[in-house]
Ligand binder design. Sequence first.
Ligand code: MOS
Length: 745
Amino acid sequence: MQQANAYIGTPQNRVDGRAKVTGEAKYAAEFDAPDLAYGIVVSGAIAKGRIASIDTSAALAVPGVLQVFTHENRPRTAWFDHKFRDETAPPGSPFRPLYDDKVIYSGQPVALVIAESFELAAHAASLVRVAYETDAHMTDLDLRRSEAYVPPKKRSGVKAPPSPRGDAEDAFAQAPVKVHAEYRVAIEHHNPMEPHASTVVYGDDGSLTIHDKTQGAQNSQSYVSSVFGLSSDQVRVVSPFIGGAFGSGLRPQYQLFLAVMAALELKRSVRVVLTRDQMFTFGYRPLTIQTVSLGANPDGKLVSIMHDAIQTTSTFEDYQEVVVNWANLLYHCDNVKLTYKLAQVDTYTPIDMRAPGAAIGVAAIETAMDELAYAAGIDPIELRLRNYAEVDEADKKTFTSKELRACYQVGAERFGWAKRNPEPRSMREGRELVGWGMATGVWEAIMQKTAARAVLTLDGTLEVATATTDIGTGTYTILTQIAAETLGLPMAAVTAKIGDSSLPKSPVQGGSWTAASSGSAVQKACQTIREQLFKHARQMDDSPLANSSLEQVTFADGRIQLMSDPTAFVTFAQAMQAGGVDRIEAEEKASPGMLTNMRYSGYSHSAIFAEVRVDEELGTIRVTRIVNAVAAGTILNPKTARSQIMGGVVFGIGMALEEESMLDHDLGRFMNHNLAEYHVPVNADIHEIDVIFVSEHEEKLNPLGIKGVGEIGVVGTAAAIGNAIFHATGKRVREYPITIDKLLG
Ligand code: MOS
């Protein structure tokens, strides 16, 4: 029989689902204030230079316009640029909106118009006239390649490539089977459904309550405090719902600065919402030119891996992500050389986008592995199995768990891989060529120090709280499941409170670490409540549990009962009354185990299989079937986890076939800054996506065995599709997205 209140690992509907579909769930731009004013950002038109003059008179003359802020009348803010650094900032000097007359990227905010209504502000913003003195700019990575450099200062949390091992050059030169090619993944913008927005509610006492579109309420809060010199109790950021972010909300974006600046100056509430085209005026997934060299013996065993990446960053910060470390993590090899360099272009600083580094690095490696499979005449899965890495060879550590073999096997079976004829162009249906391809996915299982509070009240309800956000991943739901199960309560008796800077400390939601981090903290806080409840229960007069220990009882349905005799129990209410308390509160921190991290490597893995159909004459590509077999430790909620993997796969389909932010290098500007010209997959692009969670016993990373599922779904997907396209057509395209022109060209 299923144990009562056993929720971990069971499919559960989102606890916030009703609020979301009824519109009760409020997003940053939906919060109101009686004194609300509206801000519209004027975006700059040149990539580099200075503002020679800015004429705001026509805008100011519009009745209802309250102020136009520019660098000329900007209120004072922190002077030191390090005050603008947020918890995820890469090394460098963060962008400071309206700081001075300098223009350092196209689309830079140059003015903020505040008016009594949104429409008035938008109209007035169109009347602001800016004259520029332009300097020569450079946005073309190809022309900056020769100036690429190894970032002198490492971004915290980002692993630099390990030092070379063996002699990769020599081993490659002598290898009988070789692949050597350049791969590219286009620049992408995150394009979450909800654009970035901040509603700043100005309190009677001058304090600010800010509803920000962010992946970290406390990150936004400390940024605002630091930049505007406010004490932390004057600023509270409340962001209960986030309409997708994918990394774009990891850093406070400029609309937050502008809305706060205006609110403080005008002493009233202000909302600033970016337009869809302005969503292309800050961080993006950087363009990366990757060169991969794989050398192998005729049996397919790798003797050399070389992976070099050159990636764009801005002129003011050294953005970094882990691009080249994945091949040797997946595949055993004694001769390995990996390099990672940056080159500066005149755009905003790139920002993490779903599985930063891995999404593009693995796309290159797994395409190259497919090429090697053909070069050696070995089945792609067999090739991967022959090179399977049993340990993390770079770090000389064993894996906490790794069921990648099972992913290959289970995924292949479900997909029907055994029926594949390896010959390209060997399958056809009607006017379409059919292709089957596969790839591996990998992502780090990360845990971050996080605090959580739990409060149990006499009426039998439990509230758990931590500052982390829910960017749509299902955080509310999994925290509710963990709390309910730990304390033996129905899920309906539990409320999760998150997305509020005043709650216990949590890092930004990112890196797929939230479930492991805040989940562990919530579990610990609930365990402390268990102990206290049990203490009260034992001390009760004539307690049936008087002689028992915590190990001898279960918590279920609001009772503590003896395992050996379920008729001997104390209800939570009885225990609390006996202890003379009407609430029990506990706050606990969960941290990654230092010893675990020293001895082990924790990663989630996947095997992705793709079927494509290519119209030979038109070059149109349909991804008709995806099977993604994922091993990611404990799957807390197969229903929400499946959504995460599906979302990741859709992201991967976008990367493989559609998504590309196009720079006009003459203008130094992203040109397709709208959803008509920047293509994200729509329902018509999506066919069957079959998600399999491969059972993986994980016990080292955290007590619940959580690895996280937010990002693994995108990793490898583009390569699986690219490999399927090669199988269908015999044409190898090494630049993602694989668009019709590249396929037919
Ligand atoms: Mo993720 S790119 O860490 O939101």
